[in-house]
Design a protein around this ligand. Structure first.
Ligand SMILES: [Zn+2]
Length: 222
């Protein structure tokens, strides 16, 4: 069975999946690149064992240091076709609050939006499902739009889903909530509903992991 490890790296989480091969989903926002070097040592993972870096969407707190990590590990960087411009430029459209919580968080983080450390050209861009068998991981990448049009999730055959910002913890209550920033709320709900058909655990870019029951309750709460 695959081992899934949530790595809290500053403002955002990265998630390491170790199956026959190892892949990283998002890169977090550590204080410095040395934090990754230490992490690979702690995890007893040789940099060249990493086979792929998946970026769940084009918000800078999810691809910080991706260029340096690619150089360090040799692993290609994959994102959705629609996320590529953000990776190339470091710029992305403003987030859209979909509720009161989103408005509050936007006020709270005003002026502190994470910036990309270094821009990069992704190696692989996809706009549909993508099997991970080639990388030694039993699972696939799904397009799960809603938080942003370029949102991807990794769904493992063993039932873990790594969902980026589709489901996050509220900075106020710590509880699971569907993304409070969403470009397309109806698509967000249907993406989460789709993942709930197969996933028992949800790994998030912010907080978590969450059980399917917690995510179902968050979906029901709207
Ligand atoms: Zn985001």
């Amino acid at each position: 069975m695959a081992l899934v490890i949530s790595l809290k790296l500053g403002f955002a989480n990265a998630t390491l999946i170790r199956d026959q091969g190892a892949i990283l989903v998002d890169t977090g926002t550590p204080a410095s690149f040395d934090d990754y070097r230490r992490l690979f040592v702690d995890l007893q993972l040789a940099p060249q064992e990493l086979r792929l870096i998946v970026i769940t969407h084009g918000h800078a707190d999810h691809f910080s240091y991706a260029a340096e990590l690619r150089e360090f590990t040799g692993a290609p960087v994959l994102c959705h076709t629609l996320a590529a411009p953000a990776l190339r430029s470091g710029h992305y459209p403003p987030v859209r609050p979909r509720n009161e919580l989103g408005e509050s968080v936007r006020r709270m983080i005003a002026g502190q939006t994470p910036q990309a450390r270094q821009t990069l050209e992704p190696d692989l861009v996809i706009d549909g499902d993508y099997d991970l068998a080639y990388y030694g991981v039993r699972g696939k990448i799904l397009t799960t739009p809603g938080h942003s049009p370029c949102s991807l999730s990794v769904l493992l055959d063993s039932g873990e889903a790594i969902v980026g910002d589709l489901v996050v913890s509220s900075p106020f209550s710590g509880q699971a909530t569907l993304a409070y920033f969403a470009d397309d709320p109806p698509r967000l709900f249907s993406s989460v509903n789709q993942l709930l058909q197969s996933a028992h655990t949800f790994y998030s870019g912010h907080g978590g992991p969450f059980s399917a029951a917690e995510v179902a309750a968050a979906l029901a709460a709207g």
